[in-house]
Design a protein around this ligand. Structure first.
Ligand SMILES: *[C@@H]1O[C@H](CO)[C@@H](O)[C@H](O)[C@H]1NC(C)=O
Ligand SMILES: *[C@@H]1O[C@H](CO)[C@@H](O)[C@H](O)[C@H]1NC(C)=O
Length: 216
């Protein structure tokens, strides 16, 4: 192979990886989702551009605190393509997250998005864990106005360590970031992952695994 050809192959490979790492760039100005279409594509089929209205690019209600009366004491209010059809194909979305005192947004990952978060109110401990084999825990306490980024795919959490409620707004680099909450995915799978598998993986007693599975 000539060096030119090798260089070209490397370039093509790099380009492919880059293309796979992001959502497809829109080939038109916008592509407002038509949730009623039965056709399935990577994203949502778009409605007739001539029928698009301002409402298609609009969402209201992010000034309202989410209901944090649940086992973890936090609530995510999503503004994804499902809630705001104009986000379809644009590769971006946002959430509001509320935390009751001592509330936790438990360890989870977004398979398709990096998340950048800004604290509007309160004090939070945030953290993420780097990938194998280091699994380094990176953590920081954030105050109002602070910004923190959770790289795509990494396990992360936020915990309210202030006295009152805490609120953040976060932007995500996908119209549909996806979320995998570690505890419920592992111990709350439906049907259950066999307890001997989890006992071996977590190096703990099977009865303890079954106790955890019963909680989800
Ligand atoms: C989807 O169908 C419902 C019920 O027919 C209708 O009210 C709504 O406007 C439709 N949405 C779009 C985006 O066409
Ligand atoms: C908040 O959620 C709890 C638990 O689901 C429910 O009992 C309560 O009525 C909700 N509160 C409001 C204001 O919706």
């Amino acid at each position: 192979m000539s060096s030119k050809l090798i260089l070209l192959s490397v370039f093509a490979l790099t380009f492919t990886c880059l293309a796979l790492a992001y959502e497809p760039a829109p080939l038109q100005g916008f592509c407002v989702a038509d949730p009623n279409s039965s056709v399935k594509v990577n994203g949502v089929v778009y409605k007739n551009p001539m029928q698009v209205q301002a409402e298609d690019f609009f969402f209201s209600g992010l000034h309202l605190r989410g209901n944090t009366s649940n086992a973890v004491g936090s609530k995510v209010t999503p503004v994804f393509a499902a809630q705001l059809p104009g986000l379809n194909t644009l590769g971006i979305s946002m959430v509001r997250i509320d935390y009751a005192p001592c509330g936790l947004n438990p360890p989870h990952t977004h398979p398709r998005a990096t998340e950048i978060l800004t604290v509007l109110e309160g004090t939070l401990q945030v953290g993420f864990v780097t990938s194998n084999p280091e699994n380094r825990f990176i953590t920081k306490v954030l105050q109002k106005g602070d910004v923190f980024v959770f790289p795509v795919g990494l396990v992360h959490f936020q915990r309210n360590i202030g006295n009152g409620y805490a609120t953040v707004i976060a932007a995500l680099s996908s119209q549909n970031p996806g979320a995998i909450t570690i505890a419920s995915a592992v111990f709350g799978a439906n049907p259950s992952i066999p307890s001997d598998i989890l006992a071996r993986a977590f190096q703990m007693d099977k009865s303890l695994v079954e106790e955890l599975q019963a909680k989800f």
